[in-house]
Design a protein around this ligand. Structure first.
Ligand code: ADP
Length: 200
């Protein structure tokens, strides 16, 4: 099973990805996690990405494409993977298509978690307040300014992927505003064999 999760920041992509990983025994490939690890380890990629990420902007395509190309070739991804946070631009999606074609692989589905942006901003603000309340440190890009930038990047650069995957007939849209178990169920339904994309 090879899947993509699409949706704006703060909508529980990581939570749903973790569950799909368990269910299908596939690798969880989160470019955000990989980049944060690179920043922490101060690798050349991390040094390049650090300030861009803190601002909530997108890291250059060639950097993330390079990371993903290496990662999908590793043994734990052989049985399949879920890409969480990648692709985020049309050039990244085209690069992914090439990477998969070279390996004789294909995508099973691109799952969109659809949300209402106004409610999302409130929820994210609450998540940050809760973390601070527990004495935890929010991510460097969990500031109101960076969040607005992350949502902007999603709208401008990532949302066009919905049409891209819609045309390919692999887009599955679920209501990302529902509670976690309901979102999980909706994803399960969307991935059932024989399910076709409306209009696709
Ligand atoms: P979220 O979905 O909550 O914004 P992620 O952990 O997926 O968080 O990403 C955090 C940041 O890492 C992004 O704002 C961006 O700077 C960088 N990043 C992650 N994935 C990509 C990608 N595919 N292309 C460009 N930048 C990326």
């Amino acid at each position: 099973m090879r899947l993509i999760l699409l949706g704006p920041p703060g909508r529980g992509k990581g939570t749903q990805a973790a569950r799909l990983v368990e269910k299908y025994r596939i690798a969880h490939l989160s470019t955000g996690d990989m980049l944060r690890a690179a920043v922490k380890a101060a690798t050349p990629v991390g040094i390049r990405a650090k300030d861009i990420m803190a601002r909530g902007e997108l890291v250059p395509d060639e950097v993330v494409v390079g990371i993903v190309a290496d990662r999908i070739g590793e043994p734990d991804a052989e049985n399949g993977f879920i890409l969480d946070g990648f692709p985020r631009t049309v050039p990244q999606a085209e690069a992914l298509d090439r990477l998969l074609t070279e390996r004789g692989l294909h995508l099973d589905a691109a799952i969109e978690l659809k949300v209402d942006e106004r409610i999302l901003l409130d929820r994210i603000a609450k998540r940050i307040a809760d973390m601070l309340g527990r004495g935890e440190t929010p991510r460097a890009d969990d500031t109101p300014e960076a969040l607005i930038q992350r949502l902007h990047a999603y709208r401008e650069q990532t949302a066009p992927l919905l049409a891209y995957y819609g045309k390919k007939g692999v887009l599955r849209t679920v209501n990302g505003m529902a509670e976690i178990p309901q979102v999980t169920e909706a994803i399960d339904r969307a991935l059932r064999p024989g399910k076709t994309c409306p209009g696709g």
